[in-house]
Design a protein around this ligand. Structure first.
Ligand SMILES: *Cc1c(COP(=O)(O)O)cnc(C)c1O
Length: 354
């Protein structure tokens, strides 16, 4: 037997979550599979999401991998090309590209081949990360319309606060104003906007986190949204002991027992992707029962409270997050968001799927 930690990927849950997107919108669905499908494994996630109308990711080589695996949908590079050298690859594999900067336009102008690139032209509507300003945008749009290398154009922007107040109103209004009457397909919405801002669905939506079964909102659980967890991070107890009042646990002795208690050691640590910032009290399942972590998370282990689990023993099953233990709750306890935990699953953790 090897170290008992494992991540299980529930492909049926992934398909369920895509159906939740479909029920929320008639728009075409560009499934976001960047960051190795948010840590879930690019190819297996794409396979389960094969009904999606397109896939969005960052690295052209990942787009090529999807093409070579037989996917025929549009594959969108969310940051476009990072140098002129990538353009032939985009053409060869029919990868759709975001264009967000004058630099990318200059590379396109210098590209000798004339061919049918599909372009998603990005407006910076307030995020101030990528995209052309409202002033530049109309002229760039006209230029691309008559560009010899461009076959078709979709207009896009990205929301900074779709998940919270004040919402998308200002960014949406600016996008509408700049793109009105252009009769080009448009795309604005991430998961939060898909669920809360139907007026911004337009022609293509771009769900990421909701496909993986996590809530984009701080105030609403994934379950309440009909989403099912896709990744379950499991391990086992590898040590169990009784400690006395006054005994401390782990590095820094940050947890000290107020009374005699039974504790366990789980084979999972920050080198597996579990957040070291998760403080004592982070929820965790042992033998299907909710308990809490104790003390600091170490590289390869963490400690749990077994006071209410007299039958727990070496080999008892532990769920760090996933089925029965929402990753959103663990993320909150660690002062972060589910996205970061899912993406940070370490390569050393074996992954199974069904
Ligand atoms: C990551 C990303 C998304 C998906 O966002 P979620 O919040 O995970 O739904 C959509 N659009 C763009 C441009 C992105 O970078």
């Amino acid at each position: 037997m090897s170290r008992p930690i494992q991540a299980h990927i529930d492909l049926a849950a992934l398909r369920n979550n895509l159906r939740v997107v479909r029920r929320a919108t008639p728009a075409r669905v560009m499934a976001v599979v960047k960051a190795n499908a948010y840590g879930h494994g690019l190819l297996q996630a794409a396979e389960a999401l094969n009904d999606a109308d397109g896939f969005a990711l960052l690295d052209a080589r990942d787009g090529v991998a999807l093409r070579e695996a037989g996917f025929r949908q549009p594959i969108l590079l969310l940051e476009g090309y990072f140098s002129r050298d990538e353009l032939p690859l985009l053409a060869e594999y029919e990868l759709t590209t975001v264009i967000h900067s004058q630099q990318q336009l200059a590379w396109l102008d210098a590209y000798p081949r004339s061919n049918g690139l599909s372009v998603w032209l990005k407006l910076n509507s307030g995020m101030n990360r990528l995209g052309f300003s409202a002033q530049e945008f109309p002229a760039v749009m006209e230029r691309l319309k008559s560009h010899r290398a461009v076959r078709d154009i979709t207009l896009m922007t990205h929301f900074a606060q779709a998940d919270e107040a004040p919402g998308v109103t200002a960014q949406h209004a600016l996008f509408e104003q700049i793109t009105a009457n252009r009769r080009l397909p448009r795309s604005l919405s991430n998961s939060a906007a898909i669920l809360r801002h139907p007026a911004a669905h337009a022609d293509w939506v771009r769900p990421g986190i909701m496909l993986y079964g996590s809530s984009p909102f701080a105030d609403t659980s994934a379950q309440a949204l009909g989403l099912q967890p896709v990744m379950t991070l499991r391990s086992e107890l590898i040590s169990v002991r009784d400690i006395r009042a006054g005994d401390a646990i782990g590095y820094g002795a940050t947890f000290r027992a107020e009374r005699a208690m039974r504790i366990g050691t789980v084979a999972c640590g920050y080198a597996d992707g579990y957040p070291r910032h998760a403080a004592s009290g982070t929820p965790i399942l042992v033998d299907g029962q909710r308990t809490r972590t104790l003390g600091r998370v170490s590289m390869d282990m963490l400690s749990v409270d077994l006071s209410a689990l007299p039958d727990a023993r070496i080999g008892s099953r532990v769920v760090l997050w996933g089925e029965g233990m929402p990753v959103d709750e663990v993320a909150r306890a660690a002062g972060t968001i589910s996205y970061e935990l899912l993406c940070a699953l370490a390569p050393r953790v074996p992954v199974s799927q069904a």
